[in-house]
Design a protein around this ligand. Structure first.
Ligand code: TXA
Ligand code: MG
Length: 338
C-alpha cells in the first residue's frame, strides 16, 4: 500500500529503507517528481520501467546529492562539466557523460553514457544524503504522459507501484531539467529547461544545439511525449478566440490554455488563463493540462507562446504534446510552432 508522507527524519528513514529494500520511492525535485530506485540495484531499477510502462532501452537519470561522488558514475569528468557543476548544481541541469565501467546497463539503456543530476529541492537533498548513493529516477508518470508536479499526480497514476511518496508540495519549476551532452568534452543541448541556452553559453561559450547522429538517444526528446490524453493543438495567438468559437459552435467541446482572458464567453469552452510570465506558466503547465484533460473536452487548444528564449522549454513540451495527434486528425490545424 502506498503512503504519502512529509519528510520528518523518520519518514526520510522510511524512504531510505524502501530504497535499500529495492522498492520504489517517489520524491519531489525542483523540476518535477521523480520515481526513484537504488541505481546500484538493477532489479530495483527494473521496477521503474514496469511501473511506468517504459521501454527498457530508455536510459534514466542518476541523482546525486553533490558532485563529490561523480567519479563513481562517470569514466571522466570533462573540464567543461566542472564549470557547469560549479554554476548550476544543485539545480535543474542534467549532464550526459561517459559512464563508469561498473554502472548497470539498465540505468544507461546499454549505452556508453550516463546522465547525472544534482537536484536542489531540500527534500531530494535530504533523501539523497541519507541514502548515501545514487538514485535512478525518471519523472514519476506513465510513459509518454504528463510529468507530475504534485504528489497526488504520482499517487493517482502510479500509487500501487510505489512504496513511499514523499510530499514536497508543488514542484517549484514545473518542467523537466535542461539536458546537455558533454560526453565528447563539448556541450550540446539535448532538452531545453529552466537553465536557458543563454545561461549555458555564459559559462561554456560554445553551445551546440539539438541532438546529432553521435548523440546518445534521449527518448524524452522524441515527439509524442509529455502528452495529455485529449488531442492538443497549438493555435496562433491572434486566432485563439475565433478557433475556439468556431469549433464550439460546431458542437465540439473545447478546452483552451491561453495567456489572457477570452474576448467573450463561448458556449462549451473551458478556458484557463495561464498568464504571460514564463516561470509561472511553466510552474502551472502540467497541472493546467491535467485539469483541461479531465474537463471532458474533445480538444485542447493552446495559444502559441512567445518566441523569446525564456519560453523555449515550454514551447518544446507543447510541441511534443501536440505531435501526439495522428496525421488523420481532421481539424486541419496542426502545430504551428517550428
Ligand atoms: O527534471 C528531470 O530531469 C526529472 C527529475 C525527476 O530529475 N527527470 C526526468 O527524467 O525528466 P526522464 O527520464 O523523464 O527524462 C530524462 C531524459 C530522458 O529523455 C532520457 O532518455 C534522457 O534523459 N537520458 C537519460 N540518460 C541518458 C543518457 N545516458 N544519454 C542521453 N539521454 C539520457
Ligand atoms: Mg519523463
Amino acid at each position: 500500500m502506498v503512503r504519502v508522507v512529509r519528510a520528518t527524519q523518520v519518514e526520510i528513514e522510511t524512504a531510505v529503507q524502501a530504497l535499500r529494500d529495492g522498492e520504489l520511492v517517489a520524491f519531489p525535485t525542483e523540476t518535477v517528481y521523480g520515481l526513484g530506485a537504488n541505481a546500484q540495484n538493477p532489479a530495483a531499477v527494473a521496477k521503474i520501467f514496469e511501473a511506468k510502462g517504459r521501454p527498457k532501452t530508455h536510459p534514466v537519470i542518476v541523482h546525486l546529492d553533490s558532485p563529490r561522488f561523480l567519479h563513481r558514475w562517470v569514466a571522466e569528468v570533462p573540464e567543461v562539466v566542472t564549470k557547469l557543476a560549479e554554476k548550476f548544481w544543485p539545480g535543474p541541469l542534467t549532464v550526459v557523460m561517459k559512464r563508469a565501467a561498473n554502472v548497470h546497463d539498465i540505468v544507461t539503456g546499454g549505452q556508453d553514457t550516463i546522465a547525472v543530476r544534482v537536484p536542489s529541492h531540500p527534500m531530494a537533498q535530504q533523501l539523497l544524503t541519507a541514502f548515501g548513493g545514487g538514485i535512478a529516477a525518471p519523472s514519476a508518470n506513465r510513459y509518454g504522459k504528463l510529468s507530475p508536479t504534485r504528489p497526488e499526480h504520482v499517487r493517482d497514476e502510479l500509487g500501487d507501484a510505489v512504496k513511499v511518496i514523499l510530499d514536497g508540495g508543488e514542484s517549484q519549476i514545473g518542467l523537466e531539467s535542461t539536458i546537455v551532452n558533454c560526453a565528447d568534452g563539448k556541450v550540446r543541448l539535448l532538452r531545453p529547461g529552466a537553465v536557458t541556452a543563454a545561461q549555458l553559453r555564459s559559462v561554456v561559450g560554445d553551445l551546440l544545439m539539438g541532438p546529432d547522429l553521435e548523440s546518445p538517444r534521449t527518448p524524452g526528446s522524441t515527439p509524442s511525449h509529455y502528452a495529455p490524453t485529449t488531442p492538443l493543438i497549438i493555435v496562433p495567438a491572434g486566432e485563439i478566440d475565433a478557433k475556439a468559437a468556431a469549433l464550439s459552435e460546431g458542437g465540439v467541446r473545447i478546452a483552451v490554455l491561453a495567456q489572457r482572458l477570452p474576448l467573450k464567453s463561448h458556449k462549451y469552452v473551458t478556458w484557463i488563463n495561464a498568464g504571460r510570465r514564463p516561470d509561472q506558466y511553466a510552474h502551472d503547465l502540467y497541472a493546467n493540462l491535467r485539469t483541461l484533460d479531465k474537463a471532458g473536452c474533445q480538444k485542447i487548444l493552446v495559444q502559441d507562446v512567445p518566441t523569446d528564449e525564456r519560453w523555449d522549454a515550454i514551447r518544446d513540451r507543447l510541441v511534443r504534446a501536440a505531435s501526439s495527434i495522428s496525421e488523420s486528425d481532421d481539424t486541419g490545424s496542426m502545430a504551428v510552432l517550428p
